[in-house]
Design a protein around this ligand. Structure first.
Ligand code: SF4
Ligand code: SF4
Length: 435
């Protein structure tokens, strides 16, 4: 794609990166067919190629193009799920993720949204990354649920999304170490997360049980909090960088003092972001190198178990009277963001589950961070479509590796859902997941 940035613009590192990405696009349009918003809306402006053109125009014209008057590009960028399906399809290797991340940050700095929308975005950015506040807000939403139908649009969506049961915090998330139950093979740091540990603390508990059983010391490092993905996807770059730096600082202390063989993530949305810390902090003279190291060490829990050896799962199986059949839903951040496609399926099969793969596996379920709150209509259509495809497998339960997908799928169907690691833990001696 031709670009026409001025010399002054090209002096900015962010524009240099955007220019390189834009120039890789050969406008072939292969990405259109696998883009969820194009599949649903059929509008080129809501396709990856259309968005790339719009971002180029916005960046060439300067921040004013995303200013108060031009709402058009904002609408089409806001509708993008950042699912990265287009990156999997693109034959030219266009780095759409970093392009749209930059576009969102430019929009956030220059565009003035209507007051209710600004308030909602600030509220989400303030509450979601803080697990204590998030828990309190879930309790409030649960109490307000009977009044939900009288509430305006997005407030109603928020209240209705709150789970009926809000679990107590788990001691596993308190900083400390869980020792390997057999001879130690690895010492790993667990990313405790924010929303996940509030909504479903059983996932971290299952992860620690499984990894210690497989021979890992698992450390929850003091000072590690939200990965920053939620605010990053809202375009709040500065807030995301603050969270990234805090986590890098905490893990670097641990790496330098006692050493870590890996950082384990069991929410693939967070995993994609942690693996990108090296890029996010590349201009930071203090944190660029430590961030690169943290990204290098960051692995999804399925990758860590594969590294330890899939045979270990097969050798630890316990008797389960009737193992359920499993429909595996691959989160976008897992398959497109981290390119982890076969690992969770192979592990579930090794654990003795009959694994079924739904059709249209590449299409997003509509969760996408805060997308199901900010774009409820599109997210709802995608959620229903995904649940229909999953139901067609006639499996007993759904397995997935991302809490956002678990919440979204639970909101559009009644099949039981478990995290992949909960099933692996159960198959190797842990408790049956409460479905
Ligand atoms: S597939 Fe890649 S090169 Fe082709 S239009 Fe889409 S982003 Fe551009
Ligand atoms: S990230 Fe997903 S929604 Fe956005 S343009 Fe790419 S395929 Fe479409």
């Amino acid at each position: 794609m031709k670009t026409n940035f001025s010399e002054t613009q090209m002096n900015k590192p962010a524009i240099q990166i955007a220019n390189d990405i834009l120039r890789n696009c050969v406008h072939c349009g292969f990405c259109l067919a696998t883009c969820p918003t194009y599949v649903i809306l059929g509008n080129e402006l809501d396709s990856p190629r259309g968005r790339i053109y719009q971002i180029r125009d916005m960046l060439e014209q300067g921040p004013a193009a995303a200013g108060k008057k031009d709402k058009k590009i904002v609408k089409h960028i806001d509708r993008c799920l950042s699912c990265l399906s287009c990156m999997t399809t693109c034959p030219s290797g266009v780095d759409y993720m970093h392009l749209v991340d930059h576009a969102r940050a430019v929009i956030e700095k220059n565009h003035t949204r209507p007051l209710p929308e600004r308030m909602l975005r600030q509220l989400l950015a303030f509450v979601l990354p803080n697990s204590k506040l998030f828990r309190l807000s879930l309790i409030g939403a649960k109490l307000a649920r009977p009044l939900a139908r009288y509430m305006p649009g997005r407030l109603k969506v928020l209240v209705e999304m709150a789970p009926k049961n809000i679990p107590s915090p788990s001691p596993i998330d308190i900083p400390g170490i869980s020792k390997a139950l057999i001879k130690r093979k690895m010492r790993v740091g667990l990313m405790p997360g924010c929303a996940q540990k509030t909504l479903n603390p059983a996932i971290n508990e299952a992860t620690v049980r499984l990894l210690t059983r497989l021979g890992c010391d698992v450390v929850v490092v003091d000072g590690v909090g939200c990965c920053g993905a939620l605010v990053h996807h809202l375009g709040m770059e500065d807030k995301a960088l603050v969270q990234a730096r805090e986590n890098v600082r905490a893990w670097t202390n641990e790496i330098e003092s006692r050493g870590l063989d890996g950082i384990v993530i069991n929410a693939s949305g967070c995993g994609t972001t942690l693996k990108d810390y090296g890029h996010m902090l590349k201009e930071d003279p203090t944190w660029a190198e430590p961030a690169r190291k943290v990204s290098e060490l960051s692995k999804d829990v399925s990758e860590i178990i594969m590294e330890i050896g899939i045979d270990n799962i097969a050798s630890m199986l316990v008797d389960i009277i009737q193992k359920p059949s499993v429909a595996y839903h691959s989160a976008c951040s897992m398959q497109h963001g981290q390119k982890l496609i076969t690992q969770p399926i192979e592990l579930l099969k090794a654990a003795g589950f009959d694994v079924r793969e739904p059709s249209e596996p590449h299409l997003c379920c509509g969760s996408a961070g805060t997308y199901n709150i900010m774009q409820p209509e599109l997210a709802g259509q995608l959620g229903k479509r995904k649940v229909k495809n999953i139901s067609a497998t006639a499996a007993d339960i759904i397995a997935t590796g991302n809490i956002g997908c678990m919440v979204q799928l639970a909101g559009h169907g009644d099949m039981p859902i478990a995290h992949t690691v909960q099933l692996l833990d159960w198959a190797t001696g842990g408790p049956e997941p409460l479905l």
